[in-house]
Design a protein around this ligand. Structure first.
Ligand code: ADP
Ligand code: ZN
Length: 608
């Protein structure tokens, strides 16, 4: 007998999960599934997808089969279930054949509520034969975008899941994903046979994430200031474009007192696993990584995601930054970028082996990304519109452009100087060289080409190198000039250049690097955004965290599986005095109350 069989969804939400109410479309989705219907669920990361199949799995008789490509994650998911008193297990290649047989037997005997299986396993005849002998409650297909070739994580195994419909026509199938554009969506419906199901789409907004993007101007120092001011002791991810840079930045942060570790595909597997494990199981780790890191990381308390280089597209940016703040607490998506980043990404596209059509698509994606980073509008609105969501007229009040309207200045003269310098040198040179001429630097190359004799030599001394880089970045971003990748990154005039050169049109630029003084003022305004207001509360929070860590280490599980930060924070704020009050805290279900209530109450009592 399943412990919570035949209960109503809301009762299970209260008693097993310890949550007070359903979020957004959860209740509707769960009802739909309990009625035996199929569904495709699109929800952002951290939206609460898992509950949409976990609760029906507990309401309906039989065992639920959950397919996920993220094998590394399955054990954590099963641990989370067990902590809640749910009978769960995995079936994947990490199990020996006798262990697998035992799990399959339990499934047949109705001794499991939920089984997580790998896609390979689900496709085997023997597994399908076995589940034919089981009572099944539902199939859930996680990361369903993997079925589509349009998506970024295509897995051929996924296309075979169409078998499920033929073989188990009466068992509800639920596909879930956090990333699916229209084409991918159609693919999911087609390949998984969900034509008769319903599509549930939630807003992709992540209101707790603060978006902030700045001009690159000594990136390591900028990162350090950001961490020192706002994220001491927090867990977070720093994304870099190359392996070398990952190593360098990790070392730099370590030297400055951070518990920082590198992660990239060039490290051997043991080292990668070890560093990833640290990130998940310890507190306050900064993971410096290439994009090789992140897939399948479900750590809920990642407080910041920092980019030291531009991601590839808006989609990648959204996915990478989405790893922050799954627990709903305030978190930061912070990025610095400069002209080099744009040029580098353009180079990648030109040098790739893709066909022309594909390259055009990549260019469009890069343009959209540049549009996003350079925008003076609310960043959240630009992001949501990119994903096809209408946004409200007013801004979000939780992004840099909303909180501090972008300062601009009339940059016409500066741009004219830059453009004429490009013109006078024959549109054959890269940005660094042009800047040297503007600054009047007589280096070897300038002398070799006699560029010290040009009328534009030294006409830009009012700005320094990084300020000129900011000007060029904006010139390129706005298409006022273009970088020609076919000729080694030479900057060329574009159709838009003439109007500005002739003075027929003005151009306004962001002050970013121009205005260093105002940046200092900003620094004072920034500070750690804490949800706890006084030092005693902060101290109690740290005590509860330390105790949680010791419990987690004993059981060899990540701390967040015991309680989320948000649950600890509520303990601090409400200071429950007895088990009854403790049980009312969000995230404390019956099982966790029995198991941990007493010891946590003692710590809370001591601090009073
Ligand atoms: P997703 O799979 O969509 O990324 P999860 O299912 O992991 O998101 O949910 C994100 C977090 O929100 C989890 O910690 C989950 O326990 C919590 N959560 C989900 N639904 C609710 C709810 N109704 N009330 C409170 N917390 C919830
Ligand atoms: Zn905004």
């Amino acid at each position: 007998m399943a412990i919570v069989l035949q209960q109503k969804p809301i009762e299970i939400l209260h008693s097993v999960f310890g949550y007070s109410s359903f979020r957004d479309k959860q209740a509707e989705i769960i009802d739909h599934i309990i009625n035996g219907q199929d569904a495709l669920i699109l929800m952002p990361t951290g939206g609460g997808k898992s509950l949409c199949y976990q609760i029906p799995a507990l309401c309906l008789p039989g065992v639920a089969v959950i397919v996920s490509p993220l094998i590394a994650l399955m054990q954590d998911q099963v641990e989370s279930m067990k902590q809640l008193g749910i009978r769960a297990s995995v079936l994947n290649s990490t199990l020996s054949s006798s262990e697998s047989s035992k799990v399959e037997e339990k499934m047949r005997n109705g001794e499991l509520d939920i089984v997580y299986v790998s896609p390979e396993r689900l496709n085997t005849e023997s597994f399908l034969d076995n589940i034919e002998q089981c009572e099944l409650s539902l199939f859930a297909i996680d990361e369903a975008h993997c079925v589509s070739q349009w998506g970024h994580d295509f897995r051929p195994e996924y296309t075979e899941f169409s078998k499920l419909k033929e073989r188990f026509p009466s068992i509800p199938r639920i596909a879930l994903t956090a990333t699916a554009d229209e084409l991918t969506r159609q693919d999911i419906v087609k390949h998984l046979g969900l034509e008769n199901g319903r599509i549930f789409i939630s807003s992709f907004d992540r209101p707790n994430i603060n978006y902030r993007i700045m001009a690159k101007d000594n990136e390591k120092k900028q990162l350090l200031t950001f961490l020192n001011d706002e994220h001491k002791g927090d867990s977070g991810i720093v994304y870099c474009i190359s392996r070398n840079k990952v190593m360098e930045v990790a070392k730099y942060l370590k030297e400055h007192g951070y518990n920082a570790w590198p992660y990239h595909a060039g490290l051997n597997k043991d080292k990668r696993t070890k560093n990833q494990d640290r990130f998940i199981k310890d507190e306050g780790i900064v993971m410096v990584a290439t994009i090789a890191f992140g897939m399948g990381i479900n750590k809920p308390d990642v407080r910041f995601v920092a980019h030291l280089d531009l991601p590839k597209s808006v989609e990648s940016y959204y996915q990478e930054t989405g790893r922050a703040g799954r627990d709903g607490l305030p978190s930061d998506a912070w990025m610095v970028y400069g002209i080099e980043d744009i040029v580098k990404l353009q180079q990648f596209i030109v040098r790739s082996n893709a066909d022309k059509e594909h390259k055009m698509l990549e260019y469009q994606k890069l343009d959209a990304l540049i549009g996003y980073v350079e925008t003076v509008r609310c960043r959240r609105q630009v992001l949501l519109e990119y994903f096809g969501e209408k946004s409200e007229a007013k801004g979000c009040d939780n992004c840099d452009t909303c909180l501090e309207p972008v300062k601009t200045f009339d940059g016409t003269v500066a741009v004219q100087k830059a453009l004429s310098c490009i013109f006078r040198t024959g549109q054959m040179f890269g940005i660094t060289h042009i800047i040297n001429i503007l600054l009047g630097k007589e280096d070897e190359k300038v002398k070799r080409f006699n560029h010290n004799n040009l009328s534009t030599f030294g006409i830009g001394k009012e700005y320094d190198k990084s300020q000129w880089k900011s000007v060029f970045r904006q010139i390129i971003a706005s298409g006022t000039a273009v970088v020609d990748m076919e000729s080694y990154g030479a900057v060329k005039l574009s159709a838009n250049s003439n109007k500005i050169l002739r003075g027929e049109e003005k151009i306004y630029l962001r002050s970013d690097v121009m205005d260093r003084k105002s940046k200092k003022e900003k620094k004072v305004a920034a500070g750690k955004r804490s949800v706890l207001t006084n030092t005693e509360d902060e101290a109690l929070f740290q005590k509860l965290k330390a105790f949680r860590l010791s419990l987690a280490q004993e059981q060899k599980i990540p701390p967040f599986i015991i309680f989320h930060d948000s649950t600890l924070i509520e303990m601090v704020n409400k200071k429950p005095e007895n088990l009854e009050e403790f049980g009312c805290i969000s995230g404390v279900g019956k099982n966790k109350l029995d198991r941990y209530g007493k010891s946590f109450l003692e710590i809370i009592k001591e601090s009073n």
